[in-house]
Design a protein around this ligand. Sequence first.
Ligand code: GLU
Length: 553
Amino acid sequence: MITNNKELADILLPDVKNSPQYYEEKYPQRNLPQDAIVTRFGPSPTGFLHIGSLYAALIEKRAADQTGGVFFLRIEDTDKKREVENGVTLLLDGLKQFGIVPDEGVVGEESEKGNYGPYKQSERAEIYKTFVKELIARGLAYPCFCSQEELEKSRSIQEQKGIRPGYYGKWAKDRNLSFEEIEKNLKEGKTFVIRIKAPEQKGKTIKFVDLIKDEIEMPENDLDAVIFKSDGLPLYHFAHAVDDHFMRTTHVIRGDEWLPSVPLHIQLFEMFGWKVPIYAHVAPINKIDGNSKRKISKRKDPEAAVSYYREKGYPSESVIDYLLNLANSNFEEWRMENPKAPNTEFVIDFVKMGVSGPLFDFVKMNDISKNVIGFMTSEEVYEKSLDWAEEFDKELAELMKREKEYTIGALNIERNSVKPRKDIAKWSDVRPTVEFFYDDVFEVDENYDFSENDTKENINLVLESYVKVLELGNEKEQWFNHLKDFAETVGYARDAKTYKKNPDSYKGHVGDVAMILRVALTKKRNTPDLHEMINVMGKDRVQKRFVRCIEGI
Ligand code: GLU
């Protein structure tokens, strides 16, 4: 016969070995400076890393780093249905690519680091049970035997009557079962979950300060939330309280979909007499869809997956710069003042984070990335774009490796100047900027994009004559003066002004001559600097291309 809550707790959870005190001692307060932030990233091992999760993880990591704190990774795998094989490895690799390496926690499929583990929730059943048992023994939680059908029925009645749905007040059927009734249900072998007994409502609200959303006031929780399932694992809310207490988390930084649950979470911390952590709820990244704004969605948007950025070839620094820019709008100003500084030097500030979600904008993302790549050396661009091409554009990788120095030369054009070139936002943009340098790619077709005003006769004359006077190695200014002189010898004005004064006396001006040379060398009108291209291509190749153009068109 059960006569009190303590006995009930013993019957429901007979195999709990340790006392709550045991865990208090096993996981002592961390010995860190007062302002150090201890925070965590708590993904489910689904293998999918959402851009919004990377964003949150970045904020968490930086918050810990900049205060001399700890950033740890906890795997939230209590929902076994969502798990995929190698999910942890995929997550860790995804984070690592962006320089986010946890200080503590799960560091491999089967490995952990740190004194506050285990860091996988599925391995913490023993701990959760101790505290579920504690709540039952204190009359603050109870077994609920309601079947799925019963719950659905009561929900549909609530809906029909227009009442707030949920298991609370008089709708919490098993809240006041007698010990006899509980015993009878147990004898009949009915399965049960454990629910908290939400404190009686006195029409109160709770107030708390969120680091991002500021002061918040919400009604107190009155739902008898499920904290423990029949499979012996806890639900999120309960695991959050137990884990973040014993892992000595100071700041819970997480997606703002959890904001409505804060009253329940605070209630759980208070039931145990634990210090409530500081909350910071990060608004999701949004996008414009038609006329409205919505969250970037895993189901609808390819850019939701972090792997998308790798496939397109965005350098990880660019993605991080962009996310920091979304997090704190003063990042842009900081970047302007510190164009080459590693972004780890930027100090993030919760107060400057938007309360509602920032808008993801590829134009901005590309601009930021062009800047990041613009400051790289040609060798770096070569190495990084080759790494990317090895995986995503094998043909390009072969060309780059076969003509390494030539490729670096091509990538170096307009790079080391005051205003570096800004035509590469991602490694997949490298191909169009270099492929015409390779003869075998250049020679596959004869589609020269000459202007309609350039007759074949003029083109041939310019090319044939220029071949004879072509000189390499000059400074740009000297080279251009030489080109102006040359223009005059083939019937073009030496500059646009002269041409405009007497358009009938010339075929065009020096700019038109340069364009003919450019198209003959590249087939395109829009290319990097002509003078530098000529020097990188070398005399033989330039001559060969001119001859080819003369003969081919
Ligand atoms: N597993 C939870 C989620 O993915 C973690 C939330 C948290 O950080 O507390 O949403």
